[in-house]
Write a protein that binds this ligand. Sequence first.
Ligand code: 2RA
Length: 333
Amino acid sequence: MRVAVVGVTGMVGQVMLKVLAEQNFPITTLIPVASERSVGKEIAFGGSTYQVVGLETAVEMAPDVAIFSAGGETSLAWAPKFAEVGTVVIDNSSAWRMDPTKKLVIPEINGDSITAEDKIIANPNCSTIQMLMALAPLHKAYGIKRVVVSTYQSISGTGVAAVNQMMNERAGESGEMAYPYPIDQNCLPHCDSFLDNGYTKEEMKLTNETKKILDNNINVTATAVRVPVQGGHSEAINVEFERDFDLADVRKMLHETEGVTLQDSPETNTYPMPLYAAGKDDVFVGRIRRDESQANTLNMWCVADNLRKGAATNAVQIAKKLIANNILTVEMA
Ligand code: 2RA
């Protein structure tokens, strides 16, 4: 299969290459795509070396799949051009997520909704993916009415400049400022830009994407906070159900959910932490307990690697779903 990775030199692009290799995705030709300043750079993959090409050239090469992580503007301008030559685009930006004609997919939840007509498929936001991986099985069992979520998002979600700022601050050095305030030793209730309703775009992604993927009747209110953690997003989730639940059943359901690992044993200080979730593909759930202040309501703590299941791994899993559902065919070697 001819696979383009658009934004290949970025943090998510690099993780995409890693995950494609780890999962033995059936690539016969890799087409690494980046901005003009990177054209000609060599990328090692699967025992071969490939040269980075620009977008125009990549479209002419008509890959079977193009996995994008190159920002919304590039996706809006170029995803349709790839689709026109028959490429299936899986886009990690927010550009297409709320487009009513585009599918927004977490393979374990709604991967089977994809059809051969879907030429541009949107990857949800990282914080949405991990939250819904934990909530989807519980919604089926008890019917979710409302979610109150606070996120503790790693600095890698902002980008390499923010990671550099934090590391410089930690080393007592000055350098490029990605944020107007210090990141290290600080918490910033400011992920993405502010909207007229007082929320940030990041917070409204949790609301809007939950409604699109899981159920339009679910009410979500979010507070997204940037914390001085290099990798891995954490979330404190309070969820109110239509019906009562049994804690043992909740734990059993989550334990049995593919892609979710239960880490919930307070007596042994066992709970999810971003430092230990980094580099892994599962969503880790713990601190499960009844909200004693309100009927039919549960608290939980959820952690995942925002560059893996929150972005690259979910995108690669969508591509694998296309093969499993015979939407993409693998040419025999
Ligand atoms: C963040 N969700 O963590 C975004 C990543 N693009 O800022």
